[in-house]
Design a protein around this ligand. Structure first.
Ligand SMILES: Nc1ncnc2c1ncn2[C@@H]1O[C@H](COP(=O)(O)OP(=O)(O)OP(=O)(O)O)[C@@H](O)[C@H]1O
Ligand SMILES: [Mg+2]
Length: 440
């Protein structure tokens, strides 16, 4: 490499030049005017410019792409402070626009570089040159970038998996809740069915009993009339004594009350059994044309105990056609909405039940005079497990299960509320399901 040492002979000793020509690093010396005093073969190869051609020339003329101000500041700093300065490929990927020496991937069209600016101090103690060493970091960078890309892919996949797991958990929770509701429905239906038979014959026996009692009283009255016609004082005294001891007059009037009240009681039991059967739709596990008012009323009766001390229920039913639906599931929806409404009422309030139609849609609206809903909660109401109730009082599944039941019916569940103004939930249902749904 005599020529190289020849061109730089004034700057560096020939042996050092020899070494610098053989290393795989760009080496270039700059004086304090940013003029090139030396550069090695690495620079010749990558810039396409010979040493002789660049010596003494301003660095920025040779490489117009350089960020001039930044390089000047770096070089000035090294001259002034006599400290090393460094820039890595992560900070400035391509300081010099050299083409990539290892085109491994599409990422390495340009050479990624780590550059060091080091002071070359003279015997006098002052800096004569700043030595720029340019290391080709393309391979590391390419691998690093590829790793980063893979990491991002992994992260995306991880996020997607987390999302799916959450969805699965939600779905499982909903399933559990609806299974629980179905089990309760079945239990209720079973109990109702068992009670139905005995209540049936007690009711019918009771009618006979009522008649028999009437007949018995009539018989006693006949005896009394006959006894009164009889002139035997001993017999009359015995009869009067018996009347008094047994308090016949009270017995006669109380018997009538007892019979009437018991009949009313039996009628209520019959109604409750019927409501339980309607509520759980014992006879219809699938899509049927259903009277929603019947569903609403039986649901209301089943949960009456939860509501009666809290709220007056005002019904404002419109003219509803029968709706094709899964009756027992819709009853679950009504139950959730009405119980939520009752829970939202602190002391005493009103729950309005309104129904009606619009085009081919029917709606069931549950409105309450309760506490209302915070605006920031409105968007989360239907999320599984969202609850504002204390631990143990609400699972936060009522609305999410209702939402999916209404969704299954191709309907919508809407909410309107303002804090302090109560809340309105409206279930919108198409009168008929799309054709494919009928047989599912
Ligand atoms: N009518 C309403 N008025 C005010 N807030 C309501 C009303 N209905 C629902 N909410 C709010 O929405 C939340 C979620 O209701 P959701 O029915 O899903 O769960 P929950 O009633 O808390 O528990 P769960 O129904 O599972 O026993 C409730 O905790 C409550 O804050
Ligand atoms: Mg609820």
């Amino acid at each position: 490499m005599t020529s190289a040492s020849g061109t730089s002979g004034e700057v560096l000793p020939a042996e050092l030049v020899e070494v610098l020509q053989s290393i795989n690093l760009g080496v270039l010396l700059l004086d304090s005017d940013y003029r090139v005093a030396f550069w090695n073969d690495f620079m010749v190869i990558h810039s396409g410019k010979d040493s002789a051609e660049v010596r003494g020339r301003l660095l920025f003329d040779i490489f117009p792409e350089l960020p001039r101000l930044w390089v000047e500041k770096k070089v000035d700093g090294v001259f002034a402070l006599q400290n090393l300065a460094f820039t890595s490929w992560q900070q400035r990927p391509h300081l010099f626009n050299f083409s990539g020496s290892r085109p491994i991937t599409g990422l390495s069209e340009m050479m990624y570089q780590n550059c060091t600016f080091s002071p070359m101090v003279e015997a006098s103690g002052s800096v004569k040159y700043v030595c720029l060493t340019i290391a080709d970091a393309t391979e590391t960078a390419a691998q690093h970038l590829e790793l980063e890309r893979l990491n991002e892919l992994l992260q995306d996949e991880k996020n997607e998996q987390a999302r799916l797991i959450r969805k699965l958990e939600d779905a499982q929770a909903q399933l559990l809740q609806s299974e629980k509701m179905a089990a309760i429905g079945q239990l209720a239906a079973g109990v109702a069915h068992e009670i139905n038979n005995p209540v049936g014959y007690v009711y019918s026996n009771f009618s006979s009993l009522e008649r028999y009692v009437e007949d018995l009283f009539r018989l006693i009255e006949t005896y009394q009339t006959v006894a009164a016609e009889h002139q035997d004082p001993a017999l009359r005294t015995r009869l009067e004594q018996a009347n008094q001891t047994l308090d016949y007059d009270f017995l006669r009037s109380d018997m009538a009350d007892l019979v009437r009240e018991s009949r009313q009681g039996l009628e209520r039991v019959k109604q409750i059994v019927q409501d339980l059967r309607d509520f759980s739709h014992i006879d219809s596990g699938d899509w049927q044309m259903t009277d929603l008012h019947k569903g609403l009323d039986s649901t209301l009766n089943v949960i009456w105990n939860e509501i009666k001390f809290k709220a007056e229920v005002v019904k404002n039913y419109g003219d509803l056609p029968e709706v094709q639906c899964l009756g027992s599931q819709l009853n679950q929806v009504f139950m959730n909405l009405i119980i939520n409404a009752a829970h939202a009422i602190e002391q005493q309030g009103t729950i309005w039940l309104e129904t009606g139609t619009q085009d081919d849609w029917v709606f069931v609206r549950v409105r309450d005079s309760g506490a209302g809903i915070d605006p920031e909660h409105l968007t989360r109401l239907f999320d599984p497990f969202f609850t504002t109730k204390p631990v143990g009082q609400g699972t936060g599944l009522g609305l999410s299960v209702s939402y999916s039941i209404v969704g299954k019916h191709h309907g919508r569940l809407e909410v309107e509320s303002e804090p302090g103004q109560g809340a309105t939930f409206t279930v919108w249902l198409p009168r008929m399901q799309p054709a494919s749904e009928e047989h599912t």
